[in-house]
Write a protein that binds this ligand. Structure first.
Ligand code: ATP
Ligand code: RIB
Length: 303
């Protein structure tokens, strides 16, 4: 059995649809408000659970608050078949919160309060060592303390686990993190935050990818929204286009991409095919509203 592990955040997403994204000082009337199950880690875990084959076990290491939304999220992950050993409720914290504006053109703007996500420390990670040892792949993001992410990656590398870092949201991190990463998957903004190179086209994306390789990761994938993704790895460097769709809401597009990528690689697909599979999954996500709600199932990709 293949074992896929995600370590990351869970957030209650408070989403407002607005005509366009507000600028500083502006108040906009929302056309629609909803509370969604989100958080980059949880979205990626759900993507993996829905896209994997039946011979794969999915574990998620995450801290929730001791509240109704945390309980609801934990229950919905169980129905997606995510193992609960790594999920714990923290009585002194609220579940993480995200405030999200989604504009009519599908673009979004997000503010986050970490809540229980901040309580996932290297000490609390100790009890999950075995889950990390047993994994074939570990996927992490940057919505938990960076020191915890570094610890998890270090444990993984000691045990030959393949590591994927989705460096989102854009955060300044020490370079020691990158030496523990096999595959890094920033979007354009995150690539610029990490390298100082503004990613505007294929050449600048390749330039940023070269710098990211120098930090450590052998494979760099810079996601480029509707342009697809720049893949830079041994034997390949170029843009792989995504599927053309009409975007409704791009929340969780990057998360679906990362989950799908890990699934495809764990099934033995080569990098190019894995990126194409990730595009198929993520392009479906952008045609639907919501975070976890919008993530497709394997049969939808195969159909
Ligand atoms: P988000 O933060 O909105 O979840 P992101 O900024 O992390 O996403 P993007 O680079 O915007 O990541 O998109 C990730 C992937 O999602 C793309 O590589 C592509 O596969 C898919 N995608 C995003 N937008 C579109 C689109 N308009 N049409 C088709 N596919 C898309
Ligand atoms: O990537 C999308 C996610 O980012 C949202 O679900 C929100 O919770 C933020 O973490």
């Amino acid at each position: 059995m293949t074992r896929l592990l995600i370590l990351g955040s869970a957030n209650a997403d408070h989403v407002m649809n607005v005509e366009y994204l507000p600028c500083a000082g502006q108040t906009l009337l929302s056309q629609n408000y909803r509370l969604e199950h989100g958080g980059k880690g949880a979205n990626q875990a759900v993507a993996v659970a829905r896209l994997r084959n039946s011979n794969t076990r999915v574990d998620f290491i995450c801290h929730l608050g001791n509240d109704a939304i945390g309980e609801a999220m934990a229950n919905s992950w169980l129905s997606d078949g995510i193992e609960s050993d790594g999920v714990s409720k923290q009585s002194d914290f609220a579940t993480g919160t995200a405030m999200i504006f989604v504009a009519n053109n599908g673009e979004n703007m997000i503010g986050i309060s970490a809540g229980a996500n901040a309580s996932l420390t290297p000490k609390t990670l100790e009890k999950h060592r075995q889950l990390i040892f047993d994994a074939d792949y570990l996927l992490v993001q940057l919505e938990n303390p960076v020191v915890t992410i570094v610890s998890a990656l270090a444990i993984a590398k000691e045990h030959g686990v393949t590591t994927i870092l989705n460096p989102a949201p854009a955060t300044v991190v020490g370079k020691e993190l990158f030496r523990l990463v096999d595959i890094i998957t920033p979007n354009e903004t995150e690539a610029e935050a990490l390298t100082g190179i503004e990613v505007t086209d294929e050449d600048s994306a390749k330039f940023a990818a070269q710098m990211l390789h120098q930090f450590g990761p052998k494979t760099v994938i810079i996601t480029l929204g509707q342009q697809g993704a720049l893949l830079s790895c041994e034997g390949f460097s170029g843009i792989i286009p995504t599927v053309e769709v009409k975007p409704i809401d791009t929340v969780a597009a990057g998360d679906t991409f990362n989950g799908a990528l890990m699934v495809a690689l764990s099934e033995g697909k080569d990098m190019v095919s894995a990126v194409k599979f990730a595009h198929q999954a993520a392009s479906l996500t952008v045609t639907r509203e919501g975070a976890q709600r919008s993530i497709p199932y394997r049969h939808e990709i195969e159909d």
